[in-house]
Every structure is written in C-alpha cells, then in structure tokens.
Design a protein around this ligand. Structure first.
Ligand SMILES: [Fe+2]
Ligand SMILES: [Fe+2]
Length: 150
C-alpha cells in the first residue's frame, strides 16, 4: 500500500483528468459531474475521518489550514448537490461547474503545497503507510455508503 500522501495525490490527478474532460466537453456534462462526485466525496470523507485528525495531532501548526480545508470540502459538496439537482441547461449551471472546478483546484494546491509537505515532514514513514491503508479503507466505506444512498 502506498503512503497516504501518494494516495491522496493520485486521487487529485485522477480528478484533474475529469475536470479537463468537463472543460473540453460540449455536450451534457452531468455524467462527468456525477463521476466527480463519486470520486471527490469519498476522498474528502476519508481525509476528514482519517487524515485531517492525524495532521492536527502530528503537525498542530497546520490545524488552521486543515479547518479551512474542511470548510472547502463542505462548500464544494453543497455546490455539487446543487448542480446535480438542476437541469444541465439551467441558467448559471456552467458558472457553478466552473466554480466547483476552481475551488477544488485551489483546495488541492493548498493540500499539496502547504499541508501535506509539512505533515510528511513531521510524520514517520510508518505513520504515513499506516494512514494510507486507513485512508483507502475509509474511502471504500464512504463510496459504498454513497452508492447505497441512491
Ligand atoms: Fe484531497
Ligand atoms: Fe481535501
């Protein structure tokens, strides 16, 4: 099992691929937005359950950035729900999709440039490996829950 930082960054790259497809699409992007939801919500939940608490404990200086990150997760989740509840051609839908992509990109950059490097500095390789396994397990559980809820 790769370490938790590698796993998180791999998810981020996969998300970015879907974002690029959305930006390049000229038809209905709803199936792609659903794909974003299915990738992003379990990723975010697993970060919240497993990774963020560990960061606060091991790198307490990052607590404030982690709390900001949590807010961003919730905001993006709300926007995803909103855009998926509306027709794709509803007024403002394109702007909302662009806002989601912009906010996630900003969030990913903060995690990768700021939070995770400081955390990886303080954590031991064993901690990062162990968290990797827990992150994957939490993500699978959150995905099952998401699928079960619809
Ligand atoms: Fe992330
Ligand atoms: Fe995150």
């Amino acid at each position: 099992m790769p370490d938790v930082v590698t796993l998180i960054e791999t998810d981020h790259r996969a998300l970015e691929e879907v974002f690029s497809s959305i930006e390049a699409a000229d038809g209905d992007v709803k199936p792609l937005i659903e794909q974003v939801r299915d990738m992003l919500i379990p990723h975010s939940k697993a970060e919240e359950q497993v990774v963020y608490p560990a960061i606060k404990q091991i790198a307490p200086g990052e607590a404030e950035d982690v709390d900001d990150g949590l807010e961003e997760h919730h905001h993006v989740e709300e926007m995803l729900k909103q855009v998926l509840a509306e027709d794709s051609d509803a007024p403002g839908a394109d702007g909302l999709v662009a806002a989601i992509i912009g906010e996630v990109r900003h969030h990913v950059e903060e995690e990768e440039q700021l939070i995770l490097p400081k955390f990886a500095d303080k954590a031991t390789p064993e901690q990062l490996d162990e968290l990797g396994a827990k992150f994957e397990a939490a993500k699978q559980a959150a995905l099952a829950e998401l699928r079960g809820s619809r």
